[in-house]
Design a protein. Structure first.
Length: 135
């Protein structure tokens, strides 16, 4: 859901989890002369995105996220990244909608444990309950 600031603008808090599959790539670590296998990465992120509603159905969101990436029973990296989305709200009742959106997140996981700077694209389907009646 959104926290409305003014007419078309709002803030969309987000909390998410992704599992990034690594294809079990093996890299050679030159300074230490050994091979290292990149593991799958578990990604937790928290964000506050600025949201703009073009009308009651179409919207766009963008903003910073804070993420923690874990892999091989350790923290692979943590830091700030970015997120953006465009989507459509299908109104069910005066208080509820179904949100359909295409989104991306950009994060950085060092090549020793991940794939470096990575863009994660996704399709989100979410049920949204609005405390205020929709117009």
């Amino acid at each position: 859901g959104n926290i409305t600031i003014s007419g078309h603008w709002g803030i969309s808090p987000s909390l998410g989890y992704d599992r990034l599959l690594s294809k079990r790539q093996i890299i050679y670590n030159q300074p230490y002369y050994y091979n290292n296998q990149i593991d799958n990465i578990d990604l937790m992120c928290l964000g506050a995105l600025a949201s703009y509603s073009f009308n009651n159905e179409w919207f766009a969101k963008a903003g910073p996220i804070f993420y923690v990436a874990g892999g091989n029973e350790d923290i692979a990296n943590l830091g700030f990244g970015g997120s953006a989305a465009v989507g459509y709200n299908l109104n069910f009742t005066p208080h509820s909608t179904l949100e359909l959106s295409l989104s991306t997140r950009i994060i950085n996981i060092p090549p020793q444990t991940g794939n470096g700077t990575t863009a994660i694209a996704g399709l989100k389907v979410a049920y949204v309950f609005n405390f205020r009646r929709l117009k």
